[in-house]
Design a protein around this ligand. Sequence first.
Ligand code: PAF
Length: 286
Amino acid sequence: MDVIETIEATRNAVAAARATGRRIGLVPTMGALHAGHEALIDRCRAENDLVVVSIFVNPTQFGPDEDLNKYPRPLGADLDDCRKHGVDLVFHPAVEEMYARGAVTRIHVAHLADQLCGRHRPSHFDGVCTVVAKLLNIIQPDRAYFGEKDFQQLAVIRRMVDDLDMPVQIVGCPTVREEDGLAISSRNAYLTPQQRRDATVIHKAMRQVAERVAQGERNMRALAAAARIRIEEGGADAIDYVTIVDPLTLEETLELVPQARICVAAHFGGARLIDNVPLDAGGRPD
Ligand code: PAF
């Protein structure tokens, strides 16, 4: 497995693989790899000839009061994990390599980036889109893999790729959960044991909504309000949103549109956790 820190050397390594007809898959990450990333890497391995993982804690997607400095960076363990999962190339640039002095360009996906988390983290998706666009330009993969846990991120990236005619297939992969339903996230490491137990209420509340939809309940606002109360009473310190959205616009929907999602962002201690499940009319709770 190659570990490369410069854009130029990465471009050269990927170009050499492409010249021999190999299909390139990219899994963009900020490191602190866990079972969710491993599932993305395994899918990428199964569908491509050259598997590239980027490990870069992207400063432009963190707000001034967010956890950029304390974000975990266990590089040695991440590289071991990549080796175990058959990664061919890890791109691990320094901040100065990714953002040359004076770089000011940002990509804003209007509307979609302003909903849900966008209301609470105003420049977050501009930072995500800018770094993902840069990674796609540097590596030029055939496919890039993202988790559905970050449902808004996936929607925003799909829109950017469509709008800017980027020649890459975006592959969304199902959320990976602990046995008790908690979505696996690097930020779960911030939870105390009590907060970790409390945080399972997010998935329980969302499942209850999915079950009630399957039983015929159609008052979306009342369902979201009930889930919010359950999460509050279950120990959340603050809730940014509990909303049922149209998956295409990410706006609140008052009707059960196809693939409507309940989306949650809630704080437990120092961890801001996000999660979502689809509310199929056929009732297939995640
Ligand atoms: O989902 C993440 O880990 C990040 O937002 C991403 C896509 C790697 C961009 O920094």
